[in-house]
Design a protein around this ligand. Structure first.
Ligand code: FES
Length: 143
Protein backbone atom coordinates (compact mmCIF):
# COMPACT_ATOMS: atom_id res chain seq x y z
CA UNK A 1 0.00 0.00 0.00
CA UNK A 2 2.85 2.40 0.84
CA UNK A 3 6.02 3.07 -1.15
CA UNK A 4 9.43 2.36 0.35
CA UNK A 5 10.03 6.10 0.65
CA UNK A 6 6.84 6.59 2.65
CA UNK A 7 7.84 3.74 4.95
CA UNK A 8 11.34 5.20 5.30
CA UNK A 9 10.07 8.67 6.27
CA UNK A 10 7.43 7.17 8.55
CA UNK A 11 9.84 4.93 10.45
CA UNK A 12 12.74 7.41 10.38
CA UNK A 13 11.20 10.88 10.13
CA UNK A 14 13.59 13.78 9.46
CA UNK A 15 13.48 17.12 11.29
CA UNK A 16 11.28 16.08 14.20
CA UNK A 17 11.24 18.55 17.08
CA UNK A 18 10.73 22.20 17.88
CA UNK A 19 12.59 25.46 17.32
CA UNK A 20 12.50 27.57 20.47
CA UNK A 21 13.04 30.94 18.75
CA UNK A 22 11.19 30.10 15.54
CA UNK A 23 10.59 32.86 13.00
CA UNK A 24 7.21 31.34 12.20
CA UNK A 25 5.02 28.57 13.55
CA UNK A 26 2.02 26.98 11.85
CA UNK A 27 -0.36 24.50 13.39
CA UNK A 28 -3.22 22.82 11.59
CA UNK A 29 -5.59 20.04 12.45
CA UNK A 30 -7.98 17.80 10.62
CA UNK A 31 -11.31 17.80 12.43
CA UNK A 32 -12.33 14.47 10.91
CA UNK A 33 -9.41 12.30 11.94
CA UNK A 34 -8.18 14.49 14.81
CA UNK A 35 -4.63 14.63 13.49
CA UNK A 36 -2.55 17.71 14.27
CA UNK A 37 0.66 19.01 12.72
CA UNK A 38 2.90 21.89 13.76
CA UNK A 39 5.78 23.25 11.69
CA UNK A 40 8.50 25.59 12.99
CA UNK A 41 10.60 27.70 10.64
CA UNK A 42 13.86 29.52 11.29
CA UNK A 43 14.24 32.11 8.55
CA UNK A 44 17.31 34.27 8.00
CA UNK A 45 17.84 36.61 5.07
CA UNK A 46 14.90 35.08 3.24
CA UNK A 47 16.27 31.54 3.54
CA UNK A 48 14.76 28.71 5.55
CA UNK A 49 17.78 27.91 7.67
CA UNK A 50 16.02 25.32 9.79
CA UNK A 51 12.68 23.60 9.97
CA UNK A 52 11.20 21.19 12.47
CA UNK A 53 7.84 19.53 12.86
CA UNK A 54 5.65 17.68 15.29
CA UNK A 55 2.83 15.54 14.04
CA UNK A 56 0.27 13.73 16.07
CA UNK A 57 -1.18 11.78 13.23
CA UNK A 58 -1.27 8.89 10.85
CA UNK A 59 1.75 7.41 9.09
CA UNK A 60 1.06 9.30 5.88
CA UNK A 61 0.90 12.60 7.78
CA UNK A 62 4.23 11.87 9.47
CA UNK A 63 5.90 10.81 6.20
CA UNK A 64 4.62 13.86 4.32
CA UNK A 65 5.66 16.30 7.03
CA UNK A 66 9.11 14.71 7.12
CA UNK A 67 9.46 14.96 3.33
CA UNK A 68 8.01 18.49 3.20
CA UNK A 69 10.55 19.73 5.76
CA UNK A 70 13.38 18.13 3.77
CA UNK A 71 12.12 19.81 0.59
CA UNK A 72 12.08 23.35 2.03
CA UNK A 73 15.22 23.25 4.19
CA UNK A 74 17.84 25.63 2.82
CA UNK A 75 15.39 27.01 0.26
CA UNK A 76 14.21 30.57 -0.19
CA UNK A 77 10.81 31.72 1.03
CA UNK A 78 9.70 32.03 -2.59
CA UNK A 79 10.59 28.42 -3.31
CA UNK A 80 8.98 27.16 -0.09
CA UNK A 81 5.81 29.07 -0.94
CA UNK A 82 5.44 27.00 -4.09
CA UNK A 83 5.58 23.62 -2.37
CA UNK A 84 2.39 21.67 -2.98
CA UNK A 85 1.09 18.54 -1.37
CA UNK A 86 1.20 16.89 -4.79
CA UNK A 87 4.93 17.58 -5.10
CA UNK A 88 5.47 16.12 -1.63
CA UNK A 89 3.43 13.02 -2.49
CA UNK A 90 5.38 12.62 -5.74
CA UNK A 91 8.68 12.90 -3.90
CA UNK A 92 7.46 10.02 -1.74
CA UNK A 93 6.69 7.96 -4.88
CA UNK A 94 3.01 8.46 -4.35
CA UNK A 95 0.39 7.99 -1.67
CA UNK A 96 -2.73 5.85 -1.79
CA UNK A 97 -5.65 8.05 -2.96
CA UNK A 98 -7.40 7.81 0.42
CA UNK A 99 -4.25 9.22 2.03
CA UNK A 100 -3.71 12.22 -0.27
CA UNK A 101 -5.61 14.48 2.12
CA UNK A 102 -2.99 13.75 4.79
CA UNK A 103 -0.35 15.43 2.62
CA UNK A 104 -2.43 18.60 2.64
CA UNK A 105 -1.78 18.86 6.35
CA UNK A 106 1.94 19.31 5.62
CA UNK A 107 1.39 21.92 2.90
CA UNK A 108 -1.03 23.86 5.02
CA UNK A 109 1.09 23.78 8.19
CA UNK A 110 4.06 25.07 6.16
CA UNK A 111 1.98 27.90 4.71
CA UNK A 112 0.55 28.84 8.10
CA UNK A 113 4.12 29.01 9.43
CA UNK A 114 5.17 31.26 6.53
CA UNK A 115 2.13 33.48 7.08
CA UNK A 116 3.01 33.68 10.78
CA UNK A 117 6.52 34.82 9.77
CA UNK A 118 5.14 37.53 7.44
CA UNK A 119 2.76 38.77 10.13
CA UNK A 120 5.39 38.82 12.87
CA UNK A 121 7.65 40.89 10.64
CA UNK A 122 4.88 43.18 9.40
CA UNK A 123 5.51 42.02 5.87
CA UNK A 124 2.72 42.00 3.29
CA UNK A 125 1.75 38.58 1.98
CA UNK A 126 3.82 38.12 -1.17
CA UNK A 127 2.13 37.90 -4.52
CA UNK A 128 1.23 34.33 -5.29
CA UNK A 129 1.04 33.30 -1.65
CA UNK A 130 -1.85 30.89 -1.37
CA UNK A 131 -3.04 28.49 1.25
CA UNK A 132 -4.78 25.35 0.07
CA UNK A 133 -8.47 24.93 0.66
CA UNK A 134 -8.68 22.02 2.98
CA UNK A 135 -10.67 20.44 5.68
CA UNK A 136 -7.85 21.38 8.00
CA UNK A 137 -8.32 24.32 10.29
CA UNK A 138 -5.74 26.60 11.73
CA UNK A 139 -5.20 26.07 15.44
CA UNK A 140 -4.03 29.01 17.56
CA UNK A 141 -0.48 28.67 18.85
CA UNK A 142 -1.62 28.58 22.47
CA UNK A 143 -3.80 25.51 21.84
FE1 FES B 1 -5.52 12.21 9.55
FE2 FES B 1 -3.94 11.10 7.76
S1 FES B 1 -5.73 10.25 8.61
S2 FES B 1 -3.91 13.13 8.49
Amino acid sequence: MYSEKVMDHFTNPRNVGEIADASGVGTVGNAKCGDIMRIYLKIENGIIEDVKFKTFGCGAAIATSSMATEMVKGKSIEEAMKLTNKAVAEALDGLPPVKMHCSLLAEQALKEALEDYFKKNNLPLPEGFEKPDAEHEEIPEEA
